[in-house]
Design a protein around this ligand. Structure first.
Ligand code: GLY
Length: 306
């Protein structure tokens, strides 16, 4: 599992560092030069074409497994560069430098890489643990409100999974402490279940409906996850898995900070693409155990729409 550094990473360990980022980040932080590759900004980065272009650039730079690739950006840059590093010459050391809150607490931790295919989010990817993460909270100063809110969506998930993180937020601790608590918690879960065969599935809470809403409505990932948390908590309540009190507390907390979009049949149809599904049933990590529950699409529609 990758180590996480907050300020003490030793770059000189590596002979040859190449940097990958996007045009917005490059401009904002003055990242330029022969060793810099720019991916398109946002979800558009996550394609086979971009992975191929990146691997060709690695070839042109004579990159070998003795070198280092530094991915500076949000989740889309990290996911795409991570996938390219996992396959190029069977693995190139990667340093994630997340620039968004959501990447700091989630996508740059734990070693999942992914690109999209034919409109299916994260359809192709790998588990890749040959990486470290360097978190510099100074990047947070350049984020707009929606980007911070997107990070808050994943933090809401962590609060529901871990009492200490919830206390950290409700006690008003600073954002750096909240980030450190989320990172610690995710690192522990991923160390125990790196390939997402058990406990790590809990981190997918809110993501089954969240990914469908992200795709259908074009929401930021964390805002879509917050919507997913809202509807999946209601679903858990209707299956008798959590109390009315729990449901009203957490759905209320979600509504306080996020705008909740209406759920439609078309959105629920998209849950059929979820990676956790089996035998035609849709999988959810539901409160309060966050173990996987499987439901046929028809029952899901019945419980959430009618
Ligand atoms: N974002 C969920 C995980 O890394 O397992």
């Amino acid at each position: 599992m990758g180590d996480v550094y907050f300020d003490n990473f030793v770059f000189s360990r590596y002979k040859h560092a190449l940097v990958v980022t996007d045009p917005y980040i490059a401009e904002l932080y003055g990242i330029a030069g022969d060793n810099v590759f720019l991916l398109p900004r946002g979800e558009q980065a996550k394609s086979f074409d971009n992975v191929a272009a990146l691997c060709r650039w690695f070839l042109s730079k004579q990159l070998t497994p003795a070198g280092l690739v530094v991915a500076v950006g949000g989740g889309s840059v990290g996911d795409t560069v991570g996938f390219a590093c996992s396959i190029f010459k069977r693995g190139i050391r990667l340093l994630h430098v997340p620039t968004t809150l959501i990447a700091m607490v989630d996508s740059a931790i734990g070693g999942k890489t992914a690109i999209d295919l034919d409109g299916v989010k994260n359809a192709v990817g790998s588990y890749f643990f040959n990486f470290d993460t360097l978190i510099d909270p100074d990047f947070l100063h350049t984020l707009d409100e929606e980007q911070l809110k997107s990070g808050a969506g994943e933090i809401l998930k962590y609060r529901m999974l871990n009492k200490e993180i919830d206390n950290c937020v409700t006690n008003g601790e600073n954002l750096q402490s909240v980030i450190a608590a989320c990172v610690r918690f995710k690192q522990e879960i991923c160390a125990e279940d790196p390939y997402c065969r058990g406990k790590r599935n809990a981190l997918n809470f809110g993501h089954t409906i969240g990914h469908a809403m992200e795709l259908a409505l074009g929401l930021y990932h964390g805002c879509a996850v917050a919507n997913g948390i809202y509807y999946e908590t209601k679903l858990a309540a209707s299956l008798g898995l959590c109390s009315k009190q729990y449901t009203s507390t957490w759905c209320g907390e979600t509504e306080k900070s996020f705008s909740i979009s209406p759920l439609t049949e078309k959105i629920l149809d998209l849950t059929l693409q979820d990676k956790k599904n089996k035998e035609g049933s849709v999988a959810f990590a539901l409160p309060t155990t966050f173990d996987l529950t499987y439901l046929p699409l028809d029952s899901l529609k019945e419980l959430l729409l009618y």
